[in-house]
Design a protein. Structure first.
Length: 247
């Protein structure tokens, strides 16, 4: 009678290893973390790492890329907006990104700490993270900037600076989350904050993009962009708990 491979009997082993690895790597860093530490936390045999991930480095890369799915720029309604309404695409992107940053976006608590540690103590995984997580996001924003500037043609260096500005404004609220909340005398961000921050970044970014257009250039949608009242009358002052977060 054939025996079943013990590793194949537990469908949750891979997931437990991945989450345990994320916690261990976030706490200790890639170099100090050991496979034994990860397996002990996951309640798995050391051989399971080789079976599911080949080695510690690939397991680290998997953990580092945990937050790449799903992103709004893969969704059809965003692609349509990018093609026909780049101002709306900007709003959709920023709203989605801000929500992910301020509400964890369904990501486990260890993920943000892991990325922060990778930024502070870069490994070979940084290039993997850039290729699979950062670059697609930057390319999506660059396409938005070009669309807003159209039919004018911006120098690519200006496009990249605009992209850096837009992403940087969003990341500010994540990096200085606790400072901003203290200044606001609040314990958590609420739905109204997500909407207000989105509107502020969109309007500021549109102003910046129009300011760097060549002299005399006009765009297909010149003038001040007014955000769509996507959730008019539905904004809440309640903290964003898992029950009232949008998917």
């Amino acid at each position: 009678m054939a025996t079943r491979h013990p590793l194949a009997s537990d469908e949750g082993t891979r997931s437990r290893l991945l989450h345990a690895a994320g916690e261990v790597f976030a706490d200790h860093g890639f170099r100090a973390a050991t496979v034994q530490m990860i397996c002990q936390r996951a309640g798995a045999n050391v051989a399971a790492v080789n079976y599911y991930f080949r080695d510690k480095e690939n397991l680290y890369h998997e953990a580092l890329q945990y937050g790449k799915h799903p992103e709004i720029y893969h969704l059809e309604h965003f692609k349509l907006a990018l093609r026909d309404q780049p101002h709306l695409a900007l709003e959709l992107f920023i709203h989605d990104f801000i929500r992910r940053l301020l509400t964890q976006g369904g990501q486990p608590p260890w993920y943000t700490r892991l990325v922060a540690r990778e930024m502070a103590e870069p490994t070979a995984g940084l290039q993997v993270f850039i290729t699979n997580c950062v670059r697609p996001r930057m390319e999506a924003v660059a396409a938005i900037v070009r669309g807003i500037a159209s039919p004018a043609k911006l120098d690519e260096a200006l496009v990249q600076r605009a992209v850096n500005s837009i992403i940087g404004q969003c990341l500010f609220y994540h990096r200085y989350r606790n400072v901003v909340l203290k200044l606001m005398k609040r314990s958590e961000f609420c739905e109204h904050d997500i909407e207000s921050i989105t509107e502020s970044i969109v309007q500021f970014s549109l102003g910046g993009i129009h300011a760097i257009l060549p002299a005399g250039a006009t765009t297909a949608a010149s003038g001040r962009h007014e955000l769509k009242a996507r959730n008019a009358g539905k904004r809440s002052a309640r903290p964003l708990t898992p029950r009232n977060r949008n998917p």
